[in-house]
Design a protein around this ligand. Structure first.
Ligand code: BEZ
Length: 210
């Protein structure tokens, strides 16, 4: 059964390039991103792990732990990381989970049999500090993920988990937000002290509230 937004991300214990990871304990009160790779020693995956390594400081600023996963063995991951660090000119300081028996991969429904019976698709699970799944993204093997978009989504998820706003199309951190329909017009001034605009009864904007 596929996982859905809002449910608790399944817990697991697995070997990784940074030691044994007990997932829920590892996440603690942080956000987390778990992203799968079809195979070790493949070009798109190599570029993706290099990009996440380069952006790790951005994930840390957002109180977020990143974890890669593929069906490779721990020994294979460790040899591959040497290549990633050499070719992508970075250091991989986050755990890459070794799941040769595909226990976690199946737990997270990362094998889509119409694509492949053996290799995972590229999935991304964004998980909140409450351990609930906040977002699921799925990409095919030949399309590398845009990790700037994943950071943008993380910014939106973190903001909208605290304030009564949503973020519009193509929103970037710092831009105006949309007021949730549950906020009454008479509550706008106190809820959004930075100001607000009423364009239509259902379309109200406010400067980013944080
Ligand atoms: C890649 O990372 O380049 C890749 C991996 C599996 C299938 C296709 C592409």
């Amino acid at each position: 059964m596929a996982l859905r937004i809002g449910e608790i991300a399944p817990d697991f214990k697995a070997e990784s390039t940074q030691g044994i990871v007990s997932f829920h304990r590892y996440v603690q009160n942080h956000w987390a991103i778990l992203f799968s790779h079809p195979s070790d020693f493949t070009p798109v995956c190599t570029s993706e792990l290099g990009m996440v390594a380069k952006l790790q400081v951005e994930f840390e600023k957002r109180n977020t732990k990143v974890l890669g996963i593929s069906a490779g063995t721990l020994e294979s991951h460790k040899r591959w990381i040497v290549d990633i660090e050499e070719t992508q000119e970075t250091t991989v300081n986050f755990p890459v989970i070794a799941d040769p028996h595909k226990k976690v991969i199946h737990l997270y429904d990362m094998i889509h049999p119409f694509f492949s019976h053996t290799e995972t698709i590229r999935s991304v699970f964004i998980i909140g500090p409450d351990k609930k799944i906040k977002s699921i993204l799925i990409y095919p093997a030949n399309t590398g993920r845009n990790f700037h978009e994943i950071l943008r989504m993380l910014d939106s998820l973190r903001l909208t988990s605290v304030y009564e706003v949503a973020t519009p199309a193509n929103w970037e951190y710092g831009q105006d937000c949309l007021v949730l329909s549950g906020v009454k017009d008479e509550e706008l001034a106190t809820t959004f002290p930075k100001g607000f605009k009423i364009l239509k009864p259902y379309l109200r904007t406010t400067p980013q509230p944080n």
